[in-house]
Structures are given as C-alpha cells and as structure tokens.
Design a protein around this ligand. Sequence first.
Ligand code: SF4
Length: 461
Amino acid sequence: MSERLVPLGKRVAEPRPQPAPGAPTVYVETYGCQMNVADSDLIGSVLADAGYARAERADQADVILINTCAVREKAEERVVARAAELGALKRKRPNTVLAIVGCMAEHLKEGLADRAPAVDVIAGPDSYRRMPELLAAARAQHAQPLVDVKLDKAETYEGLSGAVGGDGVSGFVTIQRGCDKFCTFCVVPFTRGRERGAAPREVLRQVRELAAVGYREVMLLGQTVNSYRWPDGDRDVTFAELLHAVATIDGIERIRFTSPYPVDFTDDVIEAIAREPKICKYIHLPVQSGSDVVLERMKRGYTVADYREIVRRLRAVVPHIALSTDILTGFSGETEDDHAQTLALMREVRFDSAFMFAYSERDLTFAAKKLPDDITPALKQRRLSEIVALQEIVSAEVFAAHVGRHERVLVHGPSKRDPQQLMGRTDGFKTVILPSGVGAVGEIVDVTIERATMATLFARA
Ligand code: SF4
C-alpha cells in the first residue's frame, strides 16, 4: 500500500477494505465546532465506503473537501482565504475537485461561488450521503459548481458509522442535529435545520463501536444536546435515559456532552450527572449575557435569575462541578450597564473557562433583519477585552486552586509542545501535562498537581 492510500477514518470497529490501487484520494480540512469534526469523520466513512483513500496533503489529493462554519463572519473569511489558496493549487492541478461543505455552504448556497470561484461542489450538512455521487459528477465535468443544500428534517445519518476519529481515546457521537431555539443572533437553525434526535439504538451502536476499538471516553454532541428526545410509542426517550443507557457500555469510562441549553437542564438530567460516576462533572453552560434586557433581545428563553438557579441546582448536587460558558458581547442595544452586569455575573459564578466573542451580524437571523448592529467595533473590542481580562484572572485562580490536589487524569496522547511528555484531561475537562511514564495512552492515572497556568495543569505521578 502506498503511503497515500490509507483508509479514511482513524479507527473503525470493522476493518474497512483497503482502497484499490489508483483509488481516488480526498483531503479533508475542518473548521468550526466538534460537530463539524464528527461530520468530517462521517463524510470520511461515506467516502471510504465509496472507495476513496485519504490524502495527507491538499496538493496530493484528487478531491479537497473543506467542512465549514458560518457562526461568525471571521470563520467564513478564513474559508474564503483558504479557498483562494486552493484555487491557485487547482490551477497547477486542474483536475482537482474542491468541495466546500457544511454550514457556510448551506448559508451562502450558490452565492458561495462568488466568494470562492474555485469551488466545484457546494453541499450542506444534510447532503453527506450523496457526496460520492456529487464528487463523481464534479470529477466528470468542471463547468458550473454543483449545489446540493436541501435540508432534510429526517436526516440523522442512521446506519452510517460516524463514530470514528477523535484522538483514539475520546470520540464523538452526534445524538442530535439541528436546532429549534432560534436565538435571534444565531444562524445555526438556518444552516443545520430543525432539531432531530438520533435513534437511541444508533447512539448505543456507535458508542459500542468506539469502546470496541479502545476508546475510553465519548462526547455526545448536539446543538442543544440536553433537549434530546426520541419518540418511542406514546412517550419520548429522554436525554437522562440516554445518558444512563450509554453509561452501561463496558469500556467507556467517561461520558461528556456538549452543548447543553440552560433551561433544558431538567431534574432527571441533573440527577443523572450527580449519580452516574461515568458522567464527567463538567458542564458547558452558555450564558451569552448577564443582562435580562439583552437575554430577552437574544430570545434566549431565560433570565439571569433562571440561569443562577440552574448553577445553584448543579452545585447543590455536585459542589465541585466545573463550569464553562459562552459570552457574546456587543449585541444590539447593549449598554454599559448591560456590560457591567455581564462582568458581575462572571465574578459571581466564577466560570472555570469561557469562550468569548464580539457580536457579528449574520444575515437570515432575526437580529440581522430587525435589530440594529449599533455597537461600534471599537466599543465591542473594548468590552470584549474587559471580559477576557476578567476571565483570565478567574481562570488563573480556579486553576491555581488545583495545585496540591490529587486528580484522576485520562491520558490522551503526547503533549503537542513537548512530545516527551503526555497530555491528559481531568474529569473537569482541564488539560494536564504529565511526565511520560506515568501511564499509557488511554489509561486513567492518579496524579498530584504541581503547578498551574490559567489554562493548563502540570502534574507528577
Ligand atoms: S441554541 Fe441558540 S445559539 Fe445555540 S445553536 Fe440554537 S439558535 Fe444557535
């Protein structure tokens, strides 16, 4: 087998047939969230079944596939710049097919070709089963780009093995697609369609596949993952029931999920987190703003008091639970007082970490149509800097408090900065650098934390 002809996907339960000599090759590049990483694995498995081999570099591939994000304008600008680079590569290798798929393809549809003239295939998140046909058609002709952006509210990719990838220790399983919340700033319901859960038997099959090839951790993915439902006769299988079922699978030691929606934290989900040792005591709980007026304008469906109450209920049953959040600053009409309330909530809750962004208007959304983007870029940047600076202080204190503590760490692999050391994660999702020799990749080891930065813990055995 030549170096270029490796099967797609990293580890799969059933060995795939080796690609035939001369098989077409595909190079996949992924932007955006974990769901896109999982989707790229899904596309990889669809193309592997169609006889494709993976190329390690874009300039070696017959097909270059970019899986994209549309949540922020900056994410789209990066893809446009990358597509221009790949356009130059295509001029040297004119038979190469460039496919741009995912949320940005769904968002811009045919219009994507105006911003990325080199594109040959534009496909949305519900079109991945048809990738082999689309790519075959594009390879046969290089005229107009082929566009397949039909959203399908029944598509959950049942029967496909998307449960590969990750790092061989922690794998992703998508349990829900789409979103029904329609927060006024967010383009996701328009790019990923309506919310739908995957069948529990499919979720469990994929988790078992991960366990069978040595994965120790599974991350269950959904846009509002804790609103998961699956109709079963005259009732619904709930997210809490699914969590308990996943916890019965031997070999899987840790269960995580992202991203939950604050008001969908029902008592049964909180109880599952508290009672089930395999469910990690770490929750990403996106708040977006600390001002009721802004939350109402965002149509988030909760007040600051509601959010505080959810945090209180989580901490009541798991006092040491780790919390992270998302904060969007500079949304339409945000005043200095609204901003001050966000800072005050951050001081009060003391999140372990946060993803913090300045608002950028996305067309199609309610906010783009009805709410003025009236905070100047300079003001957005100033408020963002203040939010980031505060979070850095809190994160540094939270991480420093771990020094001297014993932690159970799942070893994920070599440290990126120093391959002589290992990288692992605590139950609370904190990155830990470990001396090599404390344990093998995939093992859970007991260590003592020796020092900390605001984002990393350092341990000894
Ligand atoms: S819950 Fe709101 S922010 Fe999250 S994906 Fe759905 S619409 Fe977007």
